[in-house]
Design a protein around this ligand. Structure first.
Ligand code: XLS
Ligand code: NI
Ligand code: NI
Length: 436
C-alpha cells in the first residue's frame, strides 16, 4: 500500500537538480572528514510532528490532509500510522525515528489498558524496524498532554501524579529497550512553574532529582544501556522550565549526582528562546562532556514561540557542524528533526519537502564547515589568539605553578600587562562568508 503515491524514493541528484523530490546536498555515502554523511548526521524523523501534527493552533482548527488517518483514538488507526511512518522513513532514506509513548498508541481507560495498547503498537513497530532496518534513535514519555499533568509530572504538587509519571516512564523505558532505542530523552514538559507564590521550588527540584535516579536505577535493572538525555528549554508551556538551558541542566545534574548518567539533547529553537545561539549551547555542553544529541529545527525571527520550523539557514547548520566536527560527532545521538511543517503546508508531500530541505541544509552546512576547517585560517587565528598561554607565563599558570602572590610580584616588576591584539571579528566573519 502506498500512502505517498506521488513521491518516489528520494535520491541524491546534486546541487543543480531541479527535481523537488531529490537531495541536492545530502549524499548518504559521500565521505567528509573520513565519515559518510549518513554517519555524521544519523538523521531521525519525529513521530509527533510528522504523524500526529494536525496544524491546529490557538486560533484555528486542524488543517492537515492526512487521508490515511481517520482521527479516531483506535488501535487500528495507530497501527495504520506505523505503515505510513515506515513508508515515509524508507522513501526519505533516514536511518532513525523517535517517539513519545502517546504518539504511537492511544490512551485507554486505565494505565493497564494504556500499557496494553502500547504493547500492541510496539509489536507492529518492531516488525517494521526488522523489515526495514530503520532504528529507534530515542524513546520518551509524554508527561505533559494529559490534564493530570497540569502541575507537572515529577515536580507535581500531587504525589500520585509523581507516581503515575514514574509508572509511565518505567513502561516507556521497557518499550525503548524492546525496540533497541539508543537513547532515552527527558524533555521537561510541565516541570517548571507559572507562579512562585504557590511553588516550593526546592522540594520540586529534589523530587525531579529523585525521579531521575529512579529512572537510572530501573534502566540498570532491565539492562537498558542507552544514553539518558535531558532537553533544555527555558519556557513554554510553563513560564519557567527548570531545565532552562544547557548550563542550568548541567548544574542540576551535578547537584543531584546525576552527571555520570546524563547528557543533553539540544534544540535550536529552545536555545533561541533561552537567548542563546545553538552554537553556544553546543560549545558549552561539549566543553562539559555533555553533548548528546540534537533536535534540529529553528524558530522564526519575528515570532517568540517554539515554532519548530525546519532549518533552512546555512549559517546555522555550518555553525552546528563546526562544533560537531571539532568534538567528533554525536553518536549514539543524532540529528533529530523535531520540526513541523507550517499550518498552511497541508499536503502529505509537504512532509517530504520539509525533510529534504532540512537534510540538505545540514549536508551543505557540513561541507561548509569541512571547507572552513580545511582552509585552516579560522583555526590559525584562534590558535594565535591564545598563543600567550603556550609558553612562558601562560604555560606556567596553566600548569599550576603560580598563585596571587607570585603573579602580583611579577606584575609589580613589569608595571603593566603586554598590549592586546585585535579580536578581528569582521575579518573572521568575512572568512566564513567566503565559504557560505
Ligand atoms: C518540546 C520538545 C519536545 C521534545 C520531546 O518543545 O522539543 O518535542 O523534543 O518531548
Ligand atoms: Ni525537542
Ligand atoms: Ni521544542
Amino acid at each position: 500500500m502506498a500512502y505517498f503515491p506521488e513521491v518516489p524514493q528520494i535520491e541524491y541528484e546534486g546541487p543543480h537538480s531541479k527535481n523537488p523530490f531529490a537531495f541536492r546536498w545530502y549524499n548518504p555515502n559521500e565521505v567528509v572528514e573520513g565519515k559518510t554523511m549518513r554517519d555524521h548526521f544519523r538523521f531521525s524523523v519525529v513521530y509527533w510532528h510528522t504523524f500526529r501534527g494536525t496544524g491546529a493552533d490557538p486560533f484555528g482548527s486542524p488543517t492537515m490532509l492526512r487521508p490515511w488517518d481517520d482521527g479516531s483514538p483506535t488501535l487500528d488507526n495507530a497501527r495504520k500510522r506505523v505503515e505510513v511512518a515506515f513508508e515515509f522513513f524508507q522513501k526519505l532514506g533516514v536511518p532513525y525515528y523517535a517517539f513519545h509513548d502517546r504518539d504511537v498508541a492511544p490512551e485507554g481507560a486505565s494505565l493497564a489498558e494504556t500499557n496494553r495498547f502500547l504493547d500492541e503498537v510496539v509489536k507492529v513497530l518492531k516488525e517494521h524496524q526488522e523489515k526495514t532496518g530503520i532504528k529507534l534513535l530515542w524513546g520518551t514519555a509524554n508527561l505533559f498532554s494529559n490534564p493530570r499533568f497540569i502541575h507537572g509530572a515529577a515536580t507535581s504538587c500531587n504525589a500520585e501524579v509523581f507516581a503515575y509519571a514514574a509508572a509511565q516512564v518505567k513502561k516507556a523505558l521497557e518499550v525503548t529497550l524492546e525496540l533497541g532505542g539508543q537513547n532515552y530523552v527527558f524533555w521537561g514538559g510541565r516541570e517548571g512553574y507559572q507562579n512562585l507564590y504557590n511553588t516550593d521550588m526546592k522540594r520540586e527540584l529534589d523530587h525531579l532529582g529523585q525521579f531521575f535516579h529512579m529512572a537510572v536505577n530501573y534502566a540498570k535493572s532491565i539492562g537498558f544501556k542507552g544514553t539518558f538525555l535531558i532537553e533544555p528549554k527555558p519556557k513554554e508551556p510553563t513560564k519557567h522550565q527548570y531545565d532552562s538551558d544547557a548550563a542550568a541542566c548541567i548544574n542540576f545534574l551535578r547537584s543531584y549526582d546525576l552527571i555520570d548518567y546524563f547528557k543533553l539533547n539540544l534544540e535550536t529553537n529552545h536555545a533561541t528562546l533561552a537567548g542563546h545561539s545553538m552554537m553556544h549551547e553546543m560549545e558549552y555542553s561539549a566543553a562539559q562532556g555533555c553533548l548528546g544529541s540534537i533536535d534540529a529545527n529553528t524558530g522564526d525571527e519575528l515570532l517568540g514561540w517554539d515554532t519548530d520550523q525546519f532549518p533552512t539557514n546555512y549559517y546555522l547548520t555550518a555553525q552546528i557542524m563546526l562544533v560537531l566536527l571539532k568534538y567528533g560527532g554525536l553518536a549514539p545521538g543524532g540529528v533529530n528533526f523535531d520540526a513541523k511543517v507550517r499550518r498552511e503546508s497541508i499536503e502529505p508531500s509537504d512532509l517530504f519537502h520539509a525533510h529534504i530541505g532540512g537534510m540538505d541544509t545540514f549536508a551543505r552546512g557540513l561541507k561548509i564547515a569541512a571547507a572552513i576547517r580545511a582552509d585552516g585560517r579560522l583555526k590559525n587565528m584562534l590558535d594565535e589568539r591564545y598563543s600567550s598561554w603556550n609558553s612562558g607565563l601562560g604555560q606556567e599558570i596553566e600548569r599550576g605553578k603560580h598563585d596571587f602572590v607570585s603573579l602580583e610580584k611579577l606584575m609589580l616588576e613589569k608595571g603593566d600587562a603586554a598590549p592586546n591584539k585585535s579580536g578581528r571579528q569582521e575579518l573572521l566573519e568575512n572568512i566564513v562568508n567566503q565559504f557560505i
